[in-house]
Design a protein around this ligand. Structure first.
Ligand code: MLT
Length: 393
């Protein structure tokens, strides 16, 4: 037998698994060190009380013959999809409940969506890029081309009319750079996708962090319904990184190559995925209730406060950065022309602070570094104090 030879083209480890490995090795060598982790974008606050209540009630339902639930509907329960559809309405975007499919997160859907597309499609990603888009397409044997996001364009790559792509991954607010596209900029991508018969795979996992007047969904843009799929997640919005729940939106009219895209994705999911558990879907619906929205906003404000603390420290140090405003990520230029991994090692060993080396997100990430605002408040304050002390010395 043969394994999938395309796996040999991958970097040896998934970026965040590699970082965890290096940090754990360091901790094992120096068990007394108090390491502060601002690397992976993992939340630290507990789930909102109303969400926990709904999850407990869902668990109780499973303990009783009358309310017990087995396999969920393949596309997710209607009441959850309706709650999400109403949520979209709250920021002026019309997406119907039967265009939404519930999943265990945006990462899985972004990685798995490739199942429905042919191998010969050209995939375009913006660089720096969330490694899932690249790695999952390398595994599938597709050709990947890169659009440069850099300091000059504010880390917002724009389409090049002279280049053809079939599948386009966009993430806004962006992971890792925190940069967020304006409606006019997204319009250009939508026009490009429609004129290339391409599909935009739009990752809106960080939309809840938008505080300025910027699009929260690709479907806020005219023309997107004929060229876009949107992936969103409750991981960062409502602290579901461990709980697992997300959703994918596919307009019913989206067709390519004589096929309806919603139907293809439904077919794929029904074959390979058996849905999100009843207690978790109950918890997800509670996120979109009036009380749920109030409670998750408190947590989002906490993280935004952390972002302000990190940004203020960088301002004080004269280090340039993007993000932190409409995004939980702060993307900074490594000081003194240091390489990303060099800076990673310096922070880990001299300040015992973990961040994510920009080079792990692609060639344009070299010389940059990502810090997350999802940490504990006191630890974030302690981390920036350590960083200031180190870099001012
Ligand atoms: C991130 O920190 O970019 C993501 O949370 C990591 C991941 O999805 O693996």
């Amino acid at each position: 037998m043969k394994i999938n030879q395309d796996f040999d083209k991958l970097v040896p480890n998934y970026l965040f698994a590699e970082i965890a490995k290096r940090v754990n090795e360091y901790q094992a060598s120096f068990p007394e060190k108090d390491i502060i982790r601002l690397g992976i974008g993992d939340v630290t606050l507990p789930l909102a009380p109303v969400v926990v209540e709904a999850m407990k009630k869902g668990a109780d339902d499973l303990a009783c013959k009358e309310t017990f639930k087995g396999y969920p509907d393949y596309e997710g329960y209607a009441f959850v999809r309706e709650a999400i559809s109403d949520y979209y309405k709250s920021f002026g975007v019309s997406v119907s409940a039967d265009e939404i499919l519930i999943s265990d997160g945006a990462k899985s859907d972004c990685g798995n969506i490739g199942d429905i597309f042919g191998k010969d499609n050209i995939v375009l990603v913006t660089d720096p890029v969330y490694p899932v888009y690249v790695d999952s397409n390398i595994m599938a044997g597709r050709k990947i081309i890169y659009a440069d996001s850099n300091k000059e364009n504010g880390f917002k790559a724009m389409p090049d009319e002279s280049v053809h792509a079939d599948i386009i991954y966009l993430c806004s607010p962006n992971n890792p750079t925190g940069a967020a596209y304006t409606a006019d900029e997204l319009k250009k991508w939508v026009e490009y996708a429609n004129s290339n018969d391409a599909v935009i795979l739009y990752d809106s996992a960080y939309e809840a962090f938008i505080s300025e007047d910027l699009p929260r969904s690709i479907f806020a843009i005219e023309g997107a319904r004929t060229c876009a799929i949107e992936f969103c997640s409750l991981s960062k919005t409502a602290g579901f990184t461990g709980t697992r729940c997300g959703y994918t939106v596919i307009p019913k009219e989206l067709e390519r190559d004589g096929h309806n895209i919603y139907k293809l994705w439904y077919r794929r999911q029904a074959t390979k995925f058996n849905g999100v558990s009843w207690p978790v879907q109950c918890a997800a619906a509670a996120v979109f209730s009036e009380e749920g929205q109030k409670q998750i906003k408190v947590n989002l404000e906490y993280y935004k406060g952390n972002a302000r603390i990190i940004s203020a420290a960088l301002d004080e140090l004269g280090i340039s950065y993007t993000g932190g405003k409409n995004s939980p990520y702060i993307w900074l230029e490594c000081p003194d022309g240091m390489g990303s991994w060099e800076f990673f090692d310096l922070l880990l060993t001299k300040a015992n602070v973990v961040g994510t080396p920009g080079a792990g997100f692609g060639k344009n990430g070299e010389g940059f570094f990502r810090l997350t605002s999802f940490g504990d408040r006191d630890k974030t304050i302690e981390a920036v104090e350590r960083i200031k002390k180190l870099l001012k010395a």
